[in-house]
Write a protein that binds this ligand. Structure first.
Ligand code: FES
Ligand SMILES: [Fe+2]
Length: 339
């Protein structure tokens, strides 16, 4: 039977995932978040984010209904309080001299941090770091944050799409796709342990505002795209526009459950920092490119990527997405080899 890599693959527990964009959150929480089909309560206690299982150990009340009181998370039902590592520090019904039973303490993921304006979680010891992107702190780059979206697709499928070098002249005719640039030249994929990269040169379409909506009136220009994929499925596109500067697109995926993936997309652009373009221009354009991808991906018959190479047909143009399938098989094997 064909195995599919979905958002609920157990191997995903060994990697970092974003669970929220801090700018989307209203205060310190607790906030409901969902990752790998499990529900959690996210709260900022004494300045640091913690992730709690959704249910209080006492009578399983949702901890998302609780409140932050004196730096701990207090359950709304009987007031039990938990500190940032899940230790139960107060059971009001037992009084100040009561003995807290060991089972009142909660196991919380130890690996929670902030990066790129996102809260990241690794449920088990992470095998690779959160991807490094030096442009985030580089004053030569301005930041455009594309609004958070949740797609009815798997993170692996979305990564497959963001790495794909052959779809531009078809899926993206309304934005970047040059209809005359169909052939994919030779390129190499370089694999490191939990990441891989590739460089691709191609012609891209640029539409001025006046040309938008008129598919025949456009100019093209050459650009060099350097793709990097970091396990489990985070994508970085470094796009060199020559004299027009560099654009870096980051695609971070939150595998919510088998049906849903939340996408956090960030554009880092030299032409924002030097004032030639406004962040809102990048946001509108990337949102439109993403809409073209999303429309197609949400029609795929299954929210997953097959791990059996014989299920799909691969060509030399697909080298980079074939490497993604190898990486996914390696992630899938992690759990299989676990005791
Ligand atoms: S259910 Fe949480 S304190 Fe009772
Ligand atoms: Fe695309």
């Amino acid at each position: 039977m064909t195995r599919w890599f979905t958002n609920e693959n157990p191997g995903l527990a060994h990697f970092w995932h974003p669970v929220a964009r801090i700018g989307d959150l209203d205060g310190d929480g607790p906030h409901a978040v969902r990752l790998l089909a499990n529900d959690y309560a996210l709260a900022r206690l004494n300045g640091s984010w913690s992730v709690f299982p959704a249910a209080c150990p006492h009578r399983l009340a949702p901890l998302t209904a609780g409140a932050i009181v004196d730096g701990s998370l207090q359950c709304a039902y009987h007031g039990w309080c938990f500190d940032s590592d899940g230790t139960c520090v107060d059971i009001p019904a037992l009084g100040s001299n009561g003995t807290i039973p060991p089972k009142a303490h909660i196991d919380t993921p130890a690996h929670v941090t902030e990066q790129y304006g996102l809260v990241w979680v690794a449920l088990d010891e992470p095998l690779s770091p959160i991807p490094v992107n030096g442009e985030w702190d580089d004053p030569a780059f301005g930041i455009a944050t594309i609004p958070t979206q949740t797609w009815n697709a798997s993170a692996a499928q979305m990564t497959d799409n963001f790495l794909d070098v052959a779809h531009f002249p078809f899926t993206h005719l309304g934005t970047i796709g040059d209809p005359d640039d169909r052939e994919v030249g030779e390129y190499e994929v370089v694999r490191e342990q939990w990441s891989f990269s590739a460089e691709h040169h191609h012609s891209s379409k640029i539409l001025t505002d006046a040309q938008r909506g008129n598919a025949d009136a456009f100019e093209t220009f050459d650009r060099t795209m350097t793709f990097r994929c970091d396990a489990p499925h985070h994508v970085r596109l470094h796009i060199d526009y020559g004299a027009d500067g560099v654009l870096v697109l980051l695609f971070f995926h939150q595998p919510v459950d088998d049906d849903n993936t939340t996408l956090y997309c960030i554009a880092l652009a030299e032409n924002i920092a030097d004032g030639r373009q406004r962040p809102e221009d990048h946001i509108a354009f990337q949102a439109e490119v993403g809409r073209e991808d999303r429309e197609l991906l949400e029609q795929l018959i299954r929210n997953g990527v097959p791990l059996d190479p014989g299920v799909e047909v691969h060509t030399r143009a697909d080298k980079i997405t074939v490497e993604l399938r190898r990486l996914l098989r390696d992630i899938d094997a992690l759990e299989a080899s676990a005791p």
